[in-house]
Write a protein that binds this ligand. Structure first.
Ligand code: ADE
Length: 236
């Protein structure tokens, strides 16, 4: 400590539970909007990290960047070197079916991926990794208590945003049952598994490949508050 990507010297500056949006400005938005007594703990590469109180309970929020290599680095350092126990990714996803509408919230039951991340990192040969059931149960309870509906589904964790075959999603939906695509949870779930930690992922639908609907980046930054409120209930 400090690690190559997080400048904290005292691990007590980071709470046991960390929420991870992809975008650093979304991390700042959460700290500014929902937390009190906020202290910024990271700015290396502008990957902003903050610790504060939510309803009097402690929680941290730090960006993951985009894609599995990026969340792989940050989640590994938080778990392994800063004693973080729980990471909840809060991100956006693209729907693969009209059953998921813009702004719907999805709790990721498990992530299917063709990525080599888990194989290269730890020799795991499978294509599906689940989130931590105990953490998911807490998030389901929080969503119910807040009256926010959620889908509990399998999603696709992809290494590629721009595919040469734009219709490939139809096959992944039909063959593997993935209702949406994002780019991080397979690596996060793998790191949690190999390090004996807990991980979950909440996603808000920002675009839909089947219906071609999409939101603007400004709408995305400010309107994902339902997912944030559910995850913030894990503060302790
Ligand atoms: N995150 C949000 N929308 C996405 C998409 N269409 N593909 C991959 N990740 C996404």
């Amino acid at each position: 400590m400090p690690t190559p990507h997080i400048e904290v010297r005292n691990k007590n500056e980071i709470a046991k539970t960390v929420l991870m949006p992809g975008d650093p400005l979304r991390a700042k938005f959460i700290a500014d909007t929902f937390l009190t007594d906020v202290k910024q703990f990271n700015s290396v590469r502008n990957v902003l990290g903050y610790t504060g109180n939510y309803k009097g309970r402690r929680i941290s929020v730090m960006a993951s960047g985009m894609g599995m290599p990026s969340i792989g680095i940050y989640s590994y350092e938080l778990y392994k070197f800063y004693d973080v126990e729980n990471i909840v990714r809060i991100g956006s996803c693209g729907g693969y079916t009209s059953d998921v509408k813009l702004y719907d919230v999805i709790l990721v039951k498990d992530a299917w991926s063709e990525s080599t991340y888990a194989k290269v990192q730890g020799g795991y040969e499978g294509n599906i990794i689940e989130g931590t059931p105990e953490l998911n149960q807490k998030l389901i309870k929080a969503a119910n208590d807040l009256g926010i509906p959620i889908h509990i589904e399998r999603i696709h964790s992809s290494d590629v945003f721009y595919r040469e075959n734009p219709d490939k999603y139809k096959e992944i939906y039909e063959k593997y049952g993935c209702v949406a695509v994002e780019m991080e949870s397979f690596a996060l779930f793998h790191n949690a598994k190999v390090l004996g930690k807990n991980a979950a992922c909440l996603l808000t639908v920002s675009d839909n490949l089947a219906t071609k609907e999409e939101t603007t980046s400004e709408e995305r930054q400010n309107s994902f508050t339902n997912m944030m409120k559910i995850a913030l209930e894990l503060a302790e």
